[in-house]
Ligand binder design. Sequence first.
Ligand code: 4EZ
Length: 233
Amino acid sequence: MLKIAIMGAMPEEIAPILEKFRPYKTTKYADNEYYEATYNGVEIVVAYSKIGKVFSTLTATTMIQHFGCDKLLFSGVAGGINPNLKIGDLIVATKLSQHDLDITAFGHPMGFVPGGSIFVEANKELIEISKEVAKELGKTVQEGIIATGDQFVHDEKVKDNIVKYFNADALEMEGASVAVVCNALNVPFFILRAISDTADTDASFSFDKFMESSAIISAEFIMKMVQHIVDTK
Ligand code: 4EZ
């Protein structure tokens, strides 16, 4: 049976999803909780990792290696960089990069370490499904580059550098690490984010104000994608 991992970083990012899968079974593993359910003949595993690249790496790896998930969908919020992205807008990652991975001292480009790559590309079929779902809903979903790092960005200069090195459209703290895991383990993945702030000096206020409503926007879209995957399997 198809087994889909649905993850977020924070409780608010998965709460609207989790409530759709009641009743679910809660399993404690690797210092976290995983919620398992079946939905129209598909197995679902939901979890929030906690914030950042390390925790999200652990959760993505666990969902694949321990729970046996064969697709991974990430739902959450992000800071917008591209001025076309307003609060509440959705962005689908085409490729992701770690903006804080820096061995430039040795002549390597930002985001690169030997054996790795600056960008990891998301699964094209899942992106295609997102376009179909967006069309059905009459919604616009922008595609773009997401930059990930272990910091909440609230500074124009930091943002400018992320644009300079990665031409990123949005930034957050988990996408690229999840991408690295899924890519290495050959599991198709999809990263969706709704904008909660624009990573400037007002970012923390904007985040507090909009994270919950934006998390719901992302979660609802992910649920439509799950429905589409279930219907066409
Ligand atoms: C990380 N997530 C933010 C977690 C912040 C505070 C208690 C998304 C995000 C983000 N990440 C939204 N806006 C951001 C920004 N400006 N910089 C980094 O994935 C938790």
